[in-house]
Write a protein that binds this ligand. Structure first.
Ligand code: MN
Length: 489
């Protein structure tokens, strides 16, 4: 299991007895956090930090421990912050500054100067906060008694985000084919993606996959068909078309494993050697937490894998979708999201049906795909775009709803949602912000998770929710452009 180190800050002045007590209190808190987050992450206290050498030593340990995904900092006593400068400049993992106390209540009857000298995080955490702000350290500050459920919830959220950032670093992404010709928003700077998010994005010829497809045996296809039948309803007599997808999936499984790939893209403009556009096969792969983006959209693909990792253990659904069409009935506007084929089955409200239908694009044989209606509930839609000099995340709150009427002639899976605060504002805000037609939707994550991820990775974030007002949003976007321009000078 991954680990968070718990760092207790102090200084030499207090004498051995106070320092021993401070370390003991800190270890006790770390143990409590370790037990409270037992299903998620280990929390381990390091020896109390009294000077700049110990601070630097601790941060080097945090940086170099492969199992460590981040650090929790807390100043039990005062800790003069110049002693933290070198350590903080070296720190390369996500930091949560826990502004708390060992004691919940003030002991009014017994409080004396000794008590105040030991329990002065109100003092010490402000000094520490100043130097973090002065150094421009992006961190999460959580204030409150460490046993409070809402404080624990925020630490748990930080652990999920830190784990996802750790996963993101060094993640391998495969592009079968390149970006769809002439499409702007799905393209991006792959070198910068690796510098900022750790995504190693590489192109592979579709021929590499075709070689693997040719090697798939009938027995392997039979086994994959059994898997399909255990998960989905067979709603077609064109079994050979389904077996074709099963063959693709066996080959892709082998390829992803061999190359250690966590996310991939394909493009219908480059399917030489494939009879069908991969549909069912890609949907079933997404169900296992592998990221996917169509039309060479590597950003959505990688982001979906990262957010899937972040959502692990929370329930709900997370995956790729595409904005497709609307019901524009005034005051009741709804969005319909789908794709040509590849909608993740995590979003299914009913048991997905395997169907085979013609596809009017790409000039290939009729592909098998999963068809289902979408789930309902509160969620977010997250899009990542490349602004040329920086990446931007756009995160919108949405309400997924059951589709109002059956759509018997729509041959693909679909989901429907309402925009916030209303259609006119939410849709215009998304378009002003430059949000893509591809997004990762999640009913497991909230804007707080995306905010933390944006902070830790130093990514610009635009939020669209119940509070969004268009003029203020336009001002915010203008300001973000101005800041970026100044930085570029
Ligand atoms: Mn698309």
């Amino acid at each position: 299991m991954k680990k968070l180190y718990f760092l207790i800050g102090s200084q030499d002045l207090y004498g051995d007895e106070t320092l021993r007590q401070a370390e003991q209190d800190g270890r006790c808190m770390a143990e409590f956090l370790d037990q409270s987050l037992a299903n998620k992450v280990c929390v381990e206290a390091l020896p109390i930090i009294r000077n700049s050498y110990e601070a630097e030593e601790a941060c080097v340990k945090v940086n170099t421990d492969q199992d460590c995904i981040g650090v929790i900092m807390w100043m039990h006593t005062f800790s003069p912050a110049k002693m933290w400068i070198r350590a903080l400049k070296a720190l390369r993992k996500p930091m949560l500054h826990l502004h708390t106390q060992f004691n919940e209540k003030l002991p009014y009857d017994s409080i004396d100067m000794d008590f105040m000298n030991l329990n002065q995080s109100a003092h010490g955490d402000r000094e520490f906060g100043f130097i973090c702000t002065r150094l421009g350290i992006r961190r999460e500050v959580v204030a409150g008694f460490y046993k409070n459920p809402d404080v624990l919830e925020r630490i748990s959220r930080f652990a999920d985000v830190a784990r996802a950032v750790d996963f993101s670093n060094g993640m391998r992404v495969a592009m079968f084919g390149n970006n769809m010709r002439d499409v702007a928003v799905t393209d991006g700077d792959r070198v910068e993606s690796e510098i900022r998010f750790g995504w190693n994005v590489n192109y592979y010829g579709i021929g590499d996959l075709c070689d693997k497809i040719k090697a798939v045996t009938e027995e392997e296809i039979d086994k994959k068909m059994e898997e399909y039948l255990s998960l989905y309803e067979m709603d077609t007599e064109q079994i050979d078309a389904v077996r074709e997808q099963a063959k693709y999936e066996v080959a892709m499984d082998a390829f992803l494993q061999q190359e250690k790939i966590s996310a991939f893209t394909d493009t219908f403009q480059d399917l030489h050697g494939l009879k069908q556009l991969p549909g069912l096969s890609v949907q079933n792969i997404m169900a296992k937490g592998i990221g996917f983006g169509p039309e060479g959209d590597y950003k959505t693909s990688a982001l979906s894998a990262v957010l899937f990792e972040m959502a692990k253990g929370r329930g709900g659904a997370t995956g790729f979708t595409e904005d497709y069409t609307y019901d524009l009935t005034q005051g009741e506007e709804l969005e319909l999201a789908a794709h040509m084929l590849e909608v993740p089955p995590a979003f299914a409200a009913n048991k997905p049906k395997i169907q085979v239908h013609p596809l009017g694009i790409g000039g290939k044989a009729d592909p098998a795909r999963l068809v289902f209606d979408g789930i309902s509930g509160e969620g977010i839609a997250v899009s990542m775009v490349d602004m040329g000099d920086r990446f931007r995340l756009i995160c919108a709150d949405i309400s997924l709803i059951p589709q109002p009427k059956p759509m018997p002639n729509l041959p693909v899976a679909r989901m429907m949602w309402k925009l916030k605060p209303d259609f006119a504002t939410g849709a215009a805000a998304w378009i002003y912000a430059g949000g893509a037609h591809h997004a990762v939707v999640s009913t497991a994550l909230t804007v707080d998770d995306i905010r933390m991820f944006a902070k830790v990775t130093g990514t610009e974030l635009v939020v669209i929710n119940d509070k969004t007002e268009l003029h203020a949003l336009e001002q915010q976007l203008l300001l973000l452009d101005t800041i970026a321009e100044r930085r570029g000078r």
